[in-house]
Design a protein around this ligand. Structure first.
Ligand code: KG4
Ligand code: ZN
Length: 352
């Protein structure tokens, strides 16, 4: 079956298409288009929900039209496209943004008379690992350990099969991506700071600046990153390092790089250690990583090093780590539960 995916939970507008053959096989990626309002949010230091939703309203139909033309050489105004279902994110996320995607999906399902599948964005991040993009013909095997690391979530879960999931732990305060975004902001970096910290960290020395690793030895699978933010704030205040990023002084550039490398290492140390402990306790057959922070190369390397001899590791390519609609379409195939369009509503605080 061919599934159209729609994703508008946060600041991105995503339209994706996947082709699915069999539950034991990964789905094939046909399209994964994105319209981003990130540059607007960089100016304001974070996402203003209403601005995000208004941009999504502008982008969604042109992006859909472009995707249908690319894949099926067919105009949106012509007959219904040769798709078998429509998948849409219904939560968690910003209410206005979610509504843009959901109302679009409902309208299309009604007009085209296609099944409509609501998708939990968090499962979407995990199921990015069921998309065949590098000709990897295998899918993750159950029981499967999953770690979602995004701007709003840090969740360690155990997938027993496509239907049953057990939450092992999650963050008590800031999410991993939020830790990057908030510490980055203290250093004068624009939103989202994660990719910039990763880039600047390449010139820095890890561990040069001592930072805390909260809850590293807590004995459970919960996380906490707000202490890291406070530690960076205290350092910035004590040393007058405000807006280090804007300084042309080479000494400041070196401190910025060392700080970036130390922040990255502190976050990664905690994520890797807790994942390793969960692998030892639950003995899963595979591990899947998902969410924007999964695009971080240093995290990828450390996870590979810590786990590759113990089980099979799946990490999506960066475009499938950050928010996208192909992962929503993929998730809907393996967890296929269509709902009538009249019954669909958004759920901004949806969890696993
Ligand atoms: O999954 P995502 O696109 O959106 C949410 O669902 O939140 O994740 C966005 C988060 C942001 O916090 C961003 O700073 C972080 O992912 N991020 C990264 C990298 N790329 C994106 N963090 C660290 N290193 C990266 N390369
Ligand atoms: Zn996300």
């Amino acid at each position: 079956m061919i599934i159209l995916g729609i994703e508008t939970s946060c600041d991105e507008t995503g339209i994706g298409l996947v082709q699915a053959e069999h539950i034991q096989k990964p789905v094939k990626l046909l399209a994964n288009n994105l319209a981003s309002s990130l540059s607007l949010h960089a100016q304001t230091g974070g996402i203003i929900p209403e601005v995000a939703a208004r941009e999504q309203l502008k982008y969604i139909l042109p992006l859909l039209a472009q995707t249908l033309e690319e894949v099926f050489s067919q105009k949106l105004s012509q007959k219904p496209p040769p798709i078998d279902a429509i998948a849409v994110t219904y939560g968690p996320g910003l209410i206005g943004s979610l509504l843009v995607g959901l109302e679009t999906a409902k309208t299309l399902a009604y007009v085209w008379q296609k099944p409509l599948v609501p998708v939990n964005h968090l499962f979407g991040h995990l199921y990015a690992n069921w998309i065949d993009i590098q000709n990897k013909k295998t899918t993750p095997q159950f029981p499967c350990l999953g770690l979602v690391v995004s701007g709003g979530h840090t969740d360690l879960v155990l997938l027993k099969n496509h239907k049953t999931v057990k939450v092992l732990g999650s963050t008590r305060d800031d999410a991993a991506g939020e830790a990057f975004d908030k510490t980055g902001r203290l250093l004068g970096l624009s939103y989202p700071a994660g990719p910039q910290i990763a880039k600047i960290a390449q010139n820095g020395q890890r561990g040069k600046i001592k930072l805390p690793r909260p809850m590293l030895d807590s004995g459970d699978f919960d996380f906490s990153f707000s202490g890291l933010k406070t530690a960076v704030l205290n350092l910035v205040k004590k040393n007058n390092w405000e807006n280090l990023n804007e300084s042309k002084n080479p000494m400041h550039q070196k401190i910025l790089a060392d700080l970036a490398a130390s922040i990255e290492e502190a976050v990664v140390d905690v994520l890797v250690k807790k994942t390793l402990q969960a692998v030892e306790k639950y003995k899963p057959r595979s591990f899947v990583l998902g969410g924007g922070v999964a695009a971080n190369k240093y995290l990828n390397q450390r996870m590979q090093k810590a786990l590759s001899e113990k089980l099979e590791i799946f990490i999506p390519p960066p475009v499938l780590c950050t928010d996208n609609a192909a992962m929503i379409a993929a998730s809907s195939f393996y967890r296929y539960q269509p709902v009538s369009w009249q019954k669909m509503t958004v759920d901004p605080s949806l969890y696993f």
